[in-house]
Write a protein of this length. Structure first.
Ligand SMILES: Cc1cc2nc3c(=O)[nH]c(=O)nc-3n(C[C@H](O)[C@H](O)[C@H](O)COP(=O)(O)OP(=O)(O)OC[C@H]3O[C@@H](n4cnc5c(N)ncnc54)[C@H](O)[C@@H]3O)c2cc1C
Length: 310
């Protein structure tokens, strides 16, 4: 073990940030600029790095997610954050010391006054051939992010719930008249078939198998061989939270029981543990970053008391 890692493990950080997404990086930048000590633990990858054209972030006409994350890491390091590449496997409270212990899969343990969780989510994707060729350019997963890019295009929407049908009606209003919805063998709830037909939205039952086209998407093929010409696909299959390391804490969830319940300042039901990004709300860069700033300002207010009583 190197001297630097031993130093990090002996130190009590003001905050350990789990996940270098926009929320975690924004929080780290704020905390470092309050001259607080911050360790960011990130395993690499992440949804933001997959975003190829972010066009809804203030001041950026178009930027990739990779550029945002790399710039954010550079900015956090510049103000003094430590960054470790590792997977967090457990977070627990050391009750008698009122500290958190953050454990990594390679067996290291780090202590902190606060923890900020910004570990994001992973998309449920259909098992279709050539997905990576088109992911983020003409195969999309989020209407708030990329709905605009389907404007005037021949669009296929893949989904498995009533939400998908509502999405189709909304996208018909906002972006394009040329929509085909592909559902697995799902019974369409009463009223929807007529509503979709009235809007000229086609409804097909089937399992998508492959995306076709070389430089640009030309069609999607279903397992039964049906080919649907299209220029864009919106997948509406939801996502899973990257929260395995929080399971033992039994944190309170929101009214739907899926995401975590947090306060206005993004504190979870466990005092000192803050959560930002899609784990507790909307999965947008600017919203995750705003949550990170709110959490950091709140933590810093409490750190003033913690450090003045030591
Ligand atoms: C194709 C695509 C396009 C998008 N386009 C836009 C857009 O145009 N505008 C917009 O605002 N948003 C867009 N988004 C959404 C956006 O990228 C993120 O969802 C949002 O910024 C929230 O990010 P996050 O911080 O929660 O998660 P992420 O960016 O996923 O970051 C989480 C980080 O935590 C790490 N991590 C996870 N688990 C652990 C663990 N156990 N230990 C250590 N590290 C861990 C991950 O490796 C990752 O680095 C898009 C997403 C996708 C997939």
């Amino acid at each position: 073990m190197t001297g630097c890692i031993i130093f990090l493990m002996e130190k009590v950080f003001d905050c350990v940030v789990v996940g270098a997404g926009p929320g975690g990086l924004q929080a780290a930048i704020y905390l470092c600029r309050f001259n607080r000590s911050v360790l960011i633990i990130d395993r690499g990858g992440g949804r933001t790095r997959h975003a190829r054209h972010i066009e809804n972030f203030l001041t950026q006409a178009s930027i990739t997610g990779e550029e945002i994350i790399e710039a954010g890491l550079g900015q956090a390091r510049h103000f003094g954050a430590f960054v470790e590449k590792a997977t967090v496997s457990n977070v627990r409270k050391v009750a008698d010391k009122n500290l958190f212990e953050v454990e990594t899969a390679d067996g290291r343990r780090f202590l902190s006054h606060f923890v900020l969780v910004s570990s994001g989510a992973r998309d449920n994707l259909p098992k279709v051939e050539n997905l990576h060729r088109f992911f983020g350019t003409s195969f999309f997963v989020c209407v708030d992010c990329d709905g605009y890019r389907t404007t005037g295009k021949k669009l296929v929407i893949i989904g498995n719930s009533e939400k998908t049908l509502r999405l189709a009606l909304a996208m018909r209003q906002m972006y394009t008249k040329d929509i085909t919805v592909v559902l697995p063998a799902m019974k369409v709830p009463p009223g929807y078939e007529d509503a979709l037909r009235e809007e000229g939205i086609r409804l097909l039952t089937g399992e998508p198998a492959r995306l076709l086209g070389e430089d640009r998407l030309e069609s999607i093929e279903l397992k039964d061989g049906t080919r649907i010409p299209c220029e864009a696909v919106m997948s509406n299959l939801g996502y899973r939270l990257n929260d395995e390391f929080l399971k033992s804490l039994e944190l309170k969830r929101d009214e739907k029981g899926f995401k975590y319940a947090v306060s206005r300042n993004h504190e979870s039901s466990m005092s000192g543990l803050y959560i930002v990004g899609p784990l507790c709300g909307n999965d947008q860069v600017v919203i995750a970053a705003g949550g990170g700033a709110l959490a950091a300002i709140d933590m810093n207010r409490r750190l003033v008391d913690i450090h003045s009583s030591q």
